[in-house]
Design a protein around this ligand. Structure first.
Ligand SMILES: Cc1ncc(COP(=O)(O)O)c(C=O)c1O
Length: 405
């Protein structure tokens, strides 16, 4: 048999998926592994989808139904303070993931380089590889919130660089890029004639005094920025698979033809539901946001009370990125042993890039009871690890790992 494509062979399966597959069918597991809301989709949205089922369900315009594109435009004017023309500057996609893929497919040629932060959302690497491009990881530091820094960003740029990918608020760190940070990136992008993909799927989930700022508002940026967003996180609609791209019409204009070859169009009743979510009562988002904020405070305090672990207080999204270096375990071993010994599932930091090593990501989109019990188990696990390593240092005989915790 002839070999499969190098693209298929090089597309990574994340460790999070491996862990996710392992916990299926396991009893009494507490999962902080997967980043999706635990809330039900708002009832009004479900009602809108039900009503849509009564009509004719056919293909829609490749770029999405008009009421949804109008709702996206209104939402961007309201929240991002940017105006996009629903006729020419908005493309409806199968979730933000397709938005990322389609943006890269429209902008890049095989061999082009795409800059991402290290660490970054695990699927970015895969989306770049699927487009036969090279993901270039730009190092970031915990002390500066894992944001792009000017020196390392400039150093990463070559003749082949085409796109900078920004995610704010960010997965896995919860950091929201400041206006000053985005102004720095904008300067670099304009000077080097680069496009920007701005992933804002967590923009509604901000806490305390954090403020969201869209890089496309900076003069000279709207024409080179592709805002990728979806209803998945803010409206608890991950399974509906509706997202959108907002960007300059000259380039968005190529996307409907590409969409035709990929999926024709996004699921039609789901588009109706997404339009209802964006145009409807926004207090449902605020109710969920407040709940996430309470859970964030709970989990940050509980994690920082464990000797050997520490994490900053994230300003957005629903993740804490916990430093586990003091335990001496790799993030993979930490995650695997924690699952085996305490039945707690977490995402290993290495999944998000080499500089994610020494960390685990906990998603707190789960109940307060699960947070309390899950972090208690993590505390038991870490205490046993530290006790073991202090016994090892004192030169006492080692205990078998299975007896720990
Ligand atoms: C940063 C980021 N972008 C995009 C996505 C994908 O969102 P969607 O479900 O809309 O495809 C996720 C999902 O976890 C994410 O964390």
């Amino acid at each position: 048999m002839k070999p499969i494509s190098t693209t298929a062979a090089n597309t990574p399966l994340s460790l999070i998926r491996v862990i996710f597959n392992q916990i299926i069918g396991m009893d009494d597991v507490i999962s902080f592994a997967v980043g999706e809301p635990d809330f039900a989709t708002p009832p009004a949205v479900i009602a809108a989808a039900r009503k849509a089922l009564d009509g004719r369900i056919g293909y829609t315009d490749n770029s999405g139904v008009r009421p949804l594109r109008e709702a996206v435009d209104a939402e961007f004017r309201r929240y991002d303070q940017i105006d996009y023309d629903p006729s020419t500057e908005i493309m409806v996609t199968n979730g933000a993931m397709e938005g990322v893929y389609l943006t890269l497919a429209t902008l890049t040629n095989p061999g082009d380089e795409v800059l991402v932060t290290d660490p970054c959302y695990a699927n970015y690497q895969g989306a770049v590889v699927l487009n036969q491009c090279t993901p270039v990881s730009v190092p970031t530091r915990e002390e500066t919130g894992f944001c792009f820094e000017e020196d390392s960003l400039r150093q990463a740029i070559t003749e082949r660089t085409k796109v900078i990918m920004i995610n704010s608020p960010a997965n896995p760190t919860g950091t929201t890029a400041s206006r000053e940070n985005l102004e720095m990136i904008a300067r670099v992008a304009i000077e080097n004639d680069l496009y920007v993909l701005f992933d804002e799927v967590y923009k509604h989930l901000l806490y305390g005094d954090q403020e969201f700022f869209n890089i496309a508002r900076i003069p000279g940026m709207k024409e080179r920025t592709f805002c990728v967003d979806s209803v998945s996180k803010a409206y608890a609609m991950t399974g509906w698979r509706v997202g959108f791209i907002c960007g300059p019409q000259e380039i968005i204009g190529y996307m409907p033809a590409m969409q035709e070859c990929l999926l024709s169009c996004v699921n039609s009743p789901a588009q109706t539901a997404a339009a209802c979510a964006l145009a409807g009562d926004q207090s449902v988002v605020e109710t969920m946001r407040r709940s996430y904020e309470r859970r964030r405070d709970l989990i940050v305090d509980a994690v920082n009370a464990i000797e050997g672990l520490h994490c900053p207080t994230p300003g957005g999204a629903f993740y804490v990125f916990v430093n586990i270096e003091a335990t001496g375990l790799s993030s993979r071993d930490f995650a695997m042993r924690l699952l085996a010994e305490q039945k707690v599932a977490v995402a290993p930091g290495i999944d998000f890039g080499a500089l994610g090593e020494g960390h685990i990501r906990l998603s707190y989109a789960t109940s307060e009871e699960a947070i309390v019990e899950g972090v208690r188990r993590i505390g038991v696990f870490v205490a046993a690890l530290l006790e073991q390593s202090s016994r090892d240092r004192a030169g006492r005989p080692k205990q078998p790992a299975a007896l720990l915790g």
